[in-house]
Design a protein around this ligand. Structure first.
Ligand code: AMP
Length: 327
């Protein structure tokens, strides 16, 4: 029997080649292994200020891009978090069984609240909403990066506490620390991660970037004066980053790429990287455009919402009964 896995996508910024190579590619490879619930975490996106247009547009854009990258709607139950009206209701019931001390100790809360002293209460209670997302679908596993592990541990504590107090209600989930995909670095400053919120976007390749611009960004990527296509993350971070990109998109290993380009200069190598990236992005953008101009995304979200709304409604009823919230 396949285990249940849950993944949330936060629709902020613009998806980058780093997101694809570091995360989406692995998700596509793993989608046969589990019963996958995949949701757009739009309610998580509003814990910090976000522009209305960006949020609204990203909901569909992100999903269309994930599907274009190979996420299969037949292998994933896909839904929009805010379509499931019982989720905030359940979250409230869980909040009343969570301690302020637990939430204020969360590392992400401490870091994010430091950046803006006028932070919302949502920033504090967001891990309870995340616990709700996980517990509603009875997830066995939550694939997360190491930065989110603490939130899954909190979910386990909240669920166990509720089960103990009110009787068996929730399955206890486990974090699945995902195999870290290759980390893709900024093309201009290869000492920092290529980030979807980065403002100097000369170093960032977005999945929907114009292909001519992509080629230009790759051709002007920061390198070194050595002129040898050799992998050395410390001494040659720029070239190593381009080798990683090439290797990931062609499913080759590093030494195969080094061998292929042992007689090439940097301009020739960069041009080959640009060819591979552009042909990959061209395919994705074609499929993205088909999806975004059809009603397929709406249909997928409607079907997913039907399934998860029923699960959440049942869970809410069970919880209310156990707590004593009934006439
Ligand atoms: P974020 O864009 O920070 O919300 O991250 C979403 C997912 O993409 C996480 O699993 C990140 O680890 C992954 N990711 C984001 N940027 C990169 C990058 N430059 N290289 C590799 N993985 C990345």
């Amino acid at each position: 029997m396949k285990k249940i896995s849950l993944t949330g996508l936060k629709p902020t910024g613009s998806l980058t080649l780093g997101n694809y190579i570091g995360a989406i590619k692995q998700m596509v490879e793993m989608q046969d292994n589990y019963i996958n619930y995949l949701f757009v975490a739009d309610m998580h996106a509003i814990t910090v200020p976000i522009n209305r247009e960006e949020l609204h547009n990203n909901i569909k854009n992100f999903l269309a891009l994930y599907l274009a990258c190979g996420i299969d709607p037949k292998k994933n139950i896909i839904y929009l978090q805010s379509d499931i009206e019982y989720i905030p209701c359940i979250s409230w019931l869980l909040e009343c069984n969570t301690y302020y001390g637990e939430l204020s100790r969360m590392i992400q809360f401490k870091e994010k609240s430091k950046k803006n002293a006028n932070f919302s209460v949502g920033l504090l209670t967001y891990p309870v909403l995340m616990a709700t997302d996980i517990l509603v679908v009875d997830a066995d596993y939550v694939p997360v990066g190491i930065d989110q592990k603490q939130h899954v541990e909190l979910t386990r504590n909240i669920a166990s506490r509720f089960n103990k107090k009110y009787g068996e209600t929730f399955k206890i989930p486990e974090p699945l620390i995902t195999e870290v995909g290759t980390k893709i670095m900024d093309l201009v400053d290869p000492s920092k991660k290529m980030s979807k919120t980065e403002e100097n976007n000369k170093g960032v390749i977005c999945l929907l970037d114009d292909l001519k611009l992509v080629r230009k960004k790759i051709m002007s990527a920061t390198t070194d004066s050595d002129m040898k296509v050799v992998y050395d993350q410390e001494k040659k971070p720029g070239i190593s980053n381009l080798i990683n990109i090439y290797a990931s998109l062609t499913n080759k290993n590093i030494s195969e790429v080094e061998e292929m380009f042992k007689n090439s200069n940097y301009a020739q190598f960069k041009s080959a990287v640009a060819d591979v990236v552009c042909s990959f992005l061209e395919k994705i953008q074609l499929r993205y455009n088909e999806l975004i101009n059809s009603d397929e995304i709406d249909k997928i979200l409607r079907e997913g919402a039907l399934v998860v709304r029923k699960m959440a409604s049942d869970k809410f009823d069970t919880m209310k009964l156990k707590i004593g919230l009934y006439r």
